[in-house]
Design a protein around this ligand. Structure first.
Ligand code: ADP
Ligand code: ZN
Ligand code: ZN
Length: 730
């Protein structure tokens, strides 16, 4: 009899012991165990001869999934590291990354793939027995002689009308239908989609190849359109020449466009490529995961969560748009997928490539210090595609009417006349930000958050963009009774309406989370733009990335000023990245692009740097500020957050937490509890404590001592609390 130590999806920082009576289950395999009155799926972490639990209390497992591939040891090790680093219970960390089907106890089974192969009869008779007239049958016969098994998809690629011919061959006993057990892989053939690299791209690639297959962090800093994706694909081509090796490519959710997928598929037609993201259904996610784990998938392209996908034989990890904030998970285990990717590469001793036109200051700093190796692409790859001209429109002089200045409107008109497209970028969906009473200045608030409701005029509703709360637009001011309530400020819906009035001949398409909710909406939008069925796009950051619209020559930017003077010290960094991204949409092909930004502060250094396309200068000046203010990356931070429906228990917990921190805070600074910008969110009163340390090590030592004590506080049961290591939002 042995003791199994099992990880379970419960908020306790420990493993649980069960009895095994000879199932032979291995570490990394799933078991079904009794827990309280329920049964739960767990993962076996180890087998032991004895337990600290009294024998009478030990329960046997109910079921062991012994036929399934165990989670590989490196995956378990990575998750253990993350659980420690982010101070999140191991069981929840581990079970939390599994595809939902596996967590629910469904079998880890792939659908059986069927294919066709020649029978022994056909092999003895040979191709001579196929009549010369039956040309199609001879083609198929030859193809089946070259690759032992062909799937339907492969046959279609050889000749779309294969069915009748193959049917005859089956009837003659030459071909049989069989299940495919081993993964099929064809060699990487040169594809028509391959681009010759320019000299900068070639240099970047060569540097990486020369450095060999071991761990190295590369930062590929390349302006938008400089051909970073092309470099990724050449790197994959080189690294995946070795049979069975795999690559993981991480992309921000918003970048996972059909365009990107088809680009990779066109480029590697012979390789199995798996996509993993949140829009996939549960069986697709399960199958993608299993194909990655069994080695069949040679390229895994996915969003944040896919950084944990088990790989049989990884060769390289790529993180595209490494600065993107969607890599940071904002609940549960608050990990950064970029940082986890780096740790994973280090553990697997393989290179990792971070790519961006506007690297995060953390990565930029690491490159300056020589910890990461910098590769630069300073030119657009298509030589005729010049960088867009970026200018500001001084809205103190040219007052916008209904949000859009005359200068901007005129520029859009001239594109319209030339049959070119424009994009109007605003970072707020809905009709307008707030509903204002003209008599008493009442503004419609969210009852559950410290936020204002956004007017969605088309639906005649007010909506909170933080908690999703919705209500009807009130007929009169609830405070003074005045019936004259005005939507004030601008959102995508209102802008769309204004443009429709001012440019009645333009075909306008709004692109935001509301209008793109339907499945395939983004695909259809892209097709419409490419077919020139749209003159003006009005949209949020959904439009900022990944799309390539050759006929788009003007980008207008509305209302960025709030970010310039935000209390969040990362706001300027984000704004710069965002504006670079939208600017990158203009003038991608032969037609030069122009970007016009409306602002009250045209002299702000951010706009000067943007005008010169000088990320490096801007990044270095921000780094100087951060060094002086002792902000990250010059210090390391963690945030303790707590919330509850009432404020009193939050205060009580935070008071205790701060008191405990004093005992061992020699090497860290523990700040007083403060209310975050959103004091109330989703009906919860919130408070937080910031911890700063000079080194990661001293921060981790402090957290290791402090967090377990927090778990034991009686006050902890009355609040929801969490630890955020390397927080990105405050
Ligand atoms: P990025 O990822 O840096 O924004 P892409 O890799 O998407 O850039 O490249 C931008 C455009 O330039 C694409 O249309 C791509 O096909 C093209 N391109 C990239 N590299 C080359 C090259 N070496 N020669 C010609 N065109 C290229
Ligand atoms: Zn009023
Ligand atoms: Zn709300």
């Amino acid at each position: 009899m042995t003791i199994l130590r099992v990880a379970l999806d419960v908020p306790l920082a420990r493993l649980f012991d069960y009895l095994d009576t000879g199932s032979g289950v291995q570490p990394g395999q799933r078991v079904l165990v009794p827990f309280g009155r329920r049964q739960m799926i767990g993962i076996v972490m180890g087998r032991h001869a004895s337990s600290d639990m009294p024998d009478a209390k030990l329960k046997p497992i109910d079921r062991a999934f012994v036929d399934e591939n165990p989670l590989p040891a490196p995956t378990l090790k990575l998750l253990k590291f993350c659980s420690d680093y982010y101070h999140y219970p191991f069981g929840q960390t581990l079970l939390g990354v599994l595809p939902p089907r596996l967590r629910e106890g469904e079998p880890a089974a792939l659908p059986v793939n069927m294919g066709f192969r020649l029978t022994p009869l056909a092999m003895t008779e040979g191709i001579e027995s196929v009549p010369k007239r039956a040309a199609l049958q001879r083609t198929l016969f030859e193809a089946l002689q070259q690759s032992p098994i062909l799937t339907q998809a492969m046959l279609t690629r050889i000749t779309p009308g294969w069915r009748p011919a193959l049917k005859q061959m089956i009837a003659k006993g030459w071909v049989e239908h069989v299940a495919i057990t081993a993964p099929l892989s064809s060699p990487i053939a040169p594809s028509p989609a391959t681009q010759m690299l320019n000299s900068e791209q070639q240099q970047a690639l060569q540097n990486m190849l020369d450095a060999g297959p071991d761990f190295n962090v590369w930062l590929l800093y390349g302006i938008t359109g400089s051909g970073k994706t092309e470099v990724y694909m050449h790197l994959l081509e080189a690294m995946l020449q070795t049979p069975e090796r795999q690559a993981l490519v991480l992309v921000p959710e918003i970048n996972l466009t059909p365009q990107l997928e088809s680009r990779f598929r066109a480029r590697f037609p012979g390789l199995s490529i798996v996509m993993l993201h949140s829009q996939m259904n549960e069986s697709e996610r399960l199958h993608g995961w299993l194909r990655a784990q069994n080695g069949e998938a040679r390229i895994v392209i996915g969003t944040r969560l896919s950084v944990f996908t088990p790989l049989k034989n990884p060769a390289v990890i790529i993180v595209d748009e490494e600065h993107d904030s969607s890599y940071k998970q904002q609940d549960g285990m608050r990990y950064s997928a970029r940082d986890v990717a780096i740790m994973r590469s280090k553990m697997a001793n393989i290179p990792v490539l971070l790519g961006s036109a506007t690297p995060s200051l953390e990565s930029w700093h690491n490159a300056q210090e020589g910890r990461y190796r910098l590769l630069t692409l300073s030119q657009r790859a298509v030589s005729s595609a010049a960088l867009p001209d970026i200018h500001t429109i001084d809205t103190r002089i040219v007052r916008p009417e209904d949000g859009v200045s005359d200068v901007l409107l005129k520029s859009m008109e001239s594109r319209l006349e030339r049959g070119e497209q424009s994009l109007l970028f605003i970072n707020r969906r809905g009709y307008s930000p707030v509903l204002l009473c003209s008599a008493c200045a009442w503004v419609a608030p969210c009852t559950r958050c410290s936020a204002r409701l956004v007017v969605h005029l088309r639906q005649r509703r007010l909506r909170c963009h933080h908690c999703g709360h919705e209500q009807r637009i009130p007929p009169q001011c609830p405070s003074c009774g005045n019936p004259d309530l005005h939507p004030t400020g601008h959102g995508t819906q209102r802008l769309e309406e204004v443009l429709a009035q001012r440019l009645p001949n333009a075909r306008i398409l709004r692109v935001d989370r509301d209008s793109m909710r339907r499945k395939h909406a983004i695909k259809e939008m892209t097709a419409q733009v490419h077919a020139n069925e749209v003159d003006i796009l009005v949209g949020t950051q959904m439009l900022a990335k990944g799309h390539d619209f050759p006929n788009l020559t003007l980008v207008g930017v509305i209302d960025t000023d709030s970010a310039l003077f935000s209390p969040d010290f990362r706001a300027a960094e984000r704004l710069f990245a965002q504006l670079m991204q939208v600017a990158g949409r203009a003038g991608r092909a032969e037609k030069p692009g122009v970007v016009l930004i409306q602002t009250n502060f045209p002299d702000h250094p951010l706009f000067h740097a943007l005008h010169r396309h000088d990320f490096a200068e801007f990044a270095n000046s921000l780094l100087d500020e951060r060094r002086m203010a002792h902000f990250p990356p010059y210090c390391h931070e963690a945030l303790l957050r707590a919330e509850a429906t009432d404020y009193a228990p939050v205060r009580a917990f935070m008071g205790k937490a701060q008191g405990l921190a004093r005992d061992f805070s020699q090497h860290v600074t523990v700040y007083d509890p403060v209310r975050p910008q959103m004091e109330r969110l989703k009906g919860m009163e919130r408070e937080q404590v910031l911890i700063q340390a000079d080194t990661r090590k001293s921060l981790q030592q402090f957290l290791q001592a402090w967090v377990p004590l927090l778990r034991d506080l009686p006050q902890a049961n009355k609040v929801r609390w969490s630890i955020d290591v390397d927080p990105s939002e405050y």
